[in-house]
Design a protein around this ligand. Structure first.
Ligand SMILES: [Zn+2]
Length: 329
């Protein structure tokens, strides 16, 4: 009888209209058109069978991609039909405690994860998820296969002083690094990002993430962001709601803005001519935060954008093009 009731409940939940009256999908990082049932097609029955003995009859489903290219961001999502007391996702030695939302009677914990093209190697990595329901802990482990990706190479010849910074700025560069490391390690509890991200400028992308630059015959660190065409003074918009956590004046990045979007996601905007926000400001998705320029080590005006996920700089591009559901697969 209980079983039958659960089945009826599940069927009802899956066929309910998509939008509850009081909340908007965007509040949960969901967009209109996202899979509102929050179960992957064909997964509902399997999930019920799998999770039932573990949680006394509830459906608890972890959705995560089985394979991801090195450097690419992805989404993991835990869905439960019972209230989640707490959830933590563990990935490459870092932890994210996601905000929990309720959507069509489902309790949802969602996190963005990723790897950094600078350090990540192809191979298997374990994702573990600890979810507490009604005082009982459930642990999920899932292997995610990191696939190597051939990012393009670019050979450049530049005057030596453009490649090697003068010794008198070494201390400045060191101090900048400390400030940057602190900013990108921010892991605040309230998630404010949603997908897709807002495009910071209209100009086209001129340099991709992962590009391996060879300067004067020497391989340099890969490009860990996107460059956008942006003339001097072009307004630069925040990619998502958040809080300004750092306005920097750095040797390489010039005038730069760091915005915290919660749960370990930070966006970074470099080479501005002018910054129009200050540390502590709350910004909305699409709000102007700075104006494009060529401050720092830049050959001409443009916007360099990086996205940090738990301190790892991931490819920002899919975050402008994809929805949450796309990045779970
Ligand atoms: Zn760049």
């Amino acid at each position: 009888m209980k079983r039958l009731f659960l089945l009826i409940f599940l069927v009802t939940a899956l066929t309910l209209p998509m939008t509850p009256a009081s909340v908007t999908a965007q509040d949960y990082g969901l967009e209109d058109g996202d899979d509102a049932s929050l179960l992957m097609p064909g997964e509902a029955a399997a999930a019920e069978a799998e999770a039932a003995p573990q949680t006394g009859g509830s459906a608890l489903v972890l959705a995560a991609p089985g394979r991801v290219n090195v450097g690419q961001p992805f989404i993991v999502r835990l869905t439960s039909d019972q209230p989640l007391d707490s959830v933590s996702f563990h990935w490459q030695g870092k932890e994210v405690v996601p905000s929990i939302s309720v959507w069509n009677n489902r309790h949802i914990a969602l996190a963005m994860l990723g790897t950094d093209v600078l350090k990540a190697k192809a191979g298997k990595e374990e994702l573990s998820v600890i979810a507490s329901i009604d005082g009982k802990e459930n642990t999920f482990r899932r292997d995610i296969r990191l696939l190597s990706k051939n990012y393009p190479k670019q050979k450049l010849t530049l005057p030596k002083k453009m490649v090697t910074p003068p010794t008198e700025v070494y201390d400045k560069i060191k101090a900048d690094r400390v400030e940057i490391a602190e900013a990108i390690s921010t892991n605040s509890p309230q998630r404010t990002w949603r997908l897709p991200f807002y495009r910071p400028v209209e100009g086209k992308i001129t340099s991709l993430y992962g590009l391996q630059r060879i300067l004067n015959g020497k391989p340099k660190n890969p490009h860990r962001g996107l460059d956008f065409r942006a003339g001097m003074g072009t307004p630069i918009h925040a990619v998502a709601d958040g809080t300004v956590i750092l306005v920097g004046d750095h040797y390489y990045a010039g005038n730069s803005v760091y915005v915290d979007h919660g749960n370990g996601v930070v966006s970074m905007y470099f080479h501005s001519s002018e910054v129009v926000v200050k540390e502590g400001d709350k910004v909305k998705r699409g709000q102007i935060i700075s104006k494009a320029g060529k401050s720092g080590r830049s050959t001409g005006p443009h916007l360099h954008l990086s996205i940090s996920v738990l301190g790892k700089l991931v490819d920002p591009q899919p975050l402008f093009e994809k929805r949450v559901d796309d990045l779970l697969r």
